[in-house]
Design a protein around this ligand. Sequence first.
Ligand SMILES: [Zn+2]
Length: 291
Amino acid sequence: MIIDSHAHYNNGAYKKPFRYLSHDQDGYTLREGDREQLFRELQDANIPYSIEPGVSLQSCGEVLELAAQYPGRIFPAIGVHPTRSIFETWSDRHKLDAYAKTPGVIAIGEIGLDYHYKREEQHRLTQYLWFLYQLDLAWKRKKPVILHVRDAHEDVLRILRWHPARKLGGVVHCFYGSKEIAEQYLKLGYHIGIGGSVLQLEERAQELWEAIPHIPLERILLETDAPFILPYCKDVIQPKLLRRARNTSLILPAVIRKIAELKGISADEVEQATTENTIRLFHLPVLEDNP
Ligand SMILES: [Zn+2]
């Protein structure tokens, strides 16, 4: 059984029928369908669960609705993404407290800092304020966090080192960085989320490939960040067709095989350990022998 620890099936990209990426014995394929069909296919592929993080106050409400619509399939997390925080009104932050109290919420996320785009100093301050507020919330509700960190590892690590929420752990989602950076998060007790970034061409994935043998298996979670981060597959699928294609949790067997290859262990070991890690970190109420 495989769990996707980070997917956005609430995203508008899945609201009407769509083209999506799948992966079977013969490699990548494209299919057309709707979210219902995709979820059935995921169940058949033994990928019956996913964690759905919020990215804005509005999306947190939608994430909870989706989780109510698919109980036991979608596990909701509540949070405001750093690049979205600048569009929120600071006095609305208390809405997060109410959302976080909803039964079934398993984490606070995705939260963090993102310096990828050139930003005014004020924007960074806004990101800090929301990040700190949400770390406090995680500590208050005793939930782990789902971290989004882009070009801001130094600042995030500095904050996590003194914040008590560190004791509750969490995952650095869509990790992309060196083994040195991974080691610093590992030292603080965090898990590392690995997804489609590991299935890119060598020039893009090299640093991550080098880091993975140094990340203990019991600290790795699988994720896709679907509908984003398509793996490289232009060699088998026409780029024109890929342009509007959505990523899905169906690619996770390919992620597992790549991690197994990099670590020199079997795919079964990777699948079993990452599933156990996800259940343990987020206290997911699932049976490990499902379905
Ligand atoms: Zn995400």
